[in-house]
Ligand binder design. Sequence first.
Ligand code: BGC
Length: 503
Amino acid sequence: MPAMAVVGADGGGGKLTGQVLICSIIAAFGGLMFGYDIGISGGVTSMDDFLIKFFPSVYVKKHRAKQNNYCKFNDQYLQLFTSSLYLAAIVASLIASFVCKKVGRKPTMQAASVFFLVGAIINASARDLAMLIIGRLLLGAGVGFGNQAVPLFISEIAPANYRGGLNICFQLLITVGILIANIINYGTSRLHPNGWRVSLGGAAVPAIALLIGSLTIVETPTSLIERGKLDEGLRALKRIRGTDSVDTEYEEILHATEMAKKAEGSFRSLAKPSSRPQLICGTIIQIFQQFTGINVIMFYAPVLFQTMGFGSDASLLSAVVTGLINVASTFIAIFTVDRCGRKVLLIEAAIQMLVAQCTMGITLAIHLKSTNEIPNGYALFVVFLVSFFVAGFAWSWGPLGWLIPSEIYPLETRSAGFFFAVGMNMLCTFIIAQVFLTMLCTMRSATFFFFSAWIVVMGCFATFMLPETKGIPIDEMNERVWKKHWFWKKYFKDEDDNQKVGF
Ligand code: BGC
């Protein structure tokens, strides 16, 4: 093991300075853009003014007497409105993975805010479906760039012992964005006929905040050093650590960049057996994150609550309540992730989410038939279950879906590997956004058992396959985590002769 790798154990564990805190919070505004978008589209797609203008057939269906409860909102175009953003985000995050490496984390974040801003303006002034979709594609580009750069940025500037908590600021602002969007929707649903324009245009605010904020933050020392700007990198490191004694950490980053230079290129290095553990774990955690079914709730909570017979006001209000719980529970993750570790949160929450999804499925199966209204008490019980589910997600799979992939890769594959996490998140979000309303219409309450099955699988994965990464400096993961794991260590047995290892 190289000497530098050991010393980093404390070098990377340094203290939390105001610089790091401020830079992390500013970068996390990327999460606010992402969250705002997640929260806004569900509410907008249940507004009558919006439906009449862009989706008149859905409007008619929604108000038709005796319409099947589970199928009120089933419309491919309506789903495309929500999900088109995620398709654009996949392509964008691939491009962003190169930009991040070649140009830096900070300019990638700035580009994200510009895309998002333009998308918000086009959406707010949309006159037809085409404009609406173009706006969404630009928002998607913003989300792809932002989600690629922000978690990496935070994980790189954070001292090891605070990395989890700081990185989760990104998720915290996602949840705040969702909540603000829900509150705005609650207000704008009363503004006829253009309330939806205010909702969609509001996306400009977090974009402007990120744009202005990102002019003031430092680039990560790792990114500067990686691009040959050694002096600048050293200065940035001193600035964020608040001290001149950064030699150990500087050497460690230098060593990591030298290793990265020897590698054959990020994507090629990712194909090696020794990259498989990180690639599998970092990507699968995002598949699992989405197949908890979280975005069914985030996108369609108002729709779901209307399906249960709540009026549109009550539906949006219930979505605000779940949004508040989402924010509050994320704080629990911030304060526990670096103390209790990642695994314990993931496993506890899997059990909690499983109970919530199964009970929800059973309640709806018994009480919500095609054409009745669910009795009031049960509808409230479902709101409680949704909140219980959201709380579990918010202190586990939500933030850790972003944190873990951003901290487990060595420098040479970090940006490329993280692309797989972001891309997978977007792809799975797209799939869920695109098919959920159809699933609800055809599978009805069984939809919730489908997600329950996924939760069982992910709980087992977290228990047996995922290593603990708490407190380990980011550039020492291979030595101290992967090479010691009962299963994954076989991929490192003989790095020079790694072809021997079968997968
Ligand atoms: C997920 C989003 C989700 C949000 C909910 C994020 O971590 O990636 O898909 O909507 O959490 O808070």
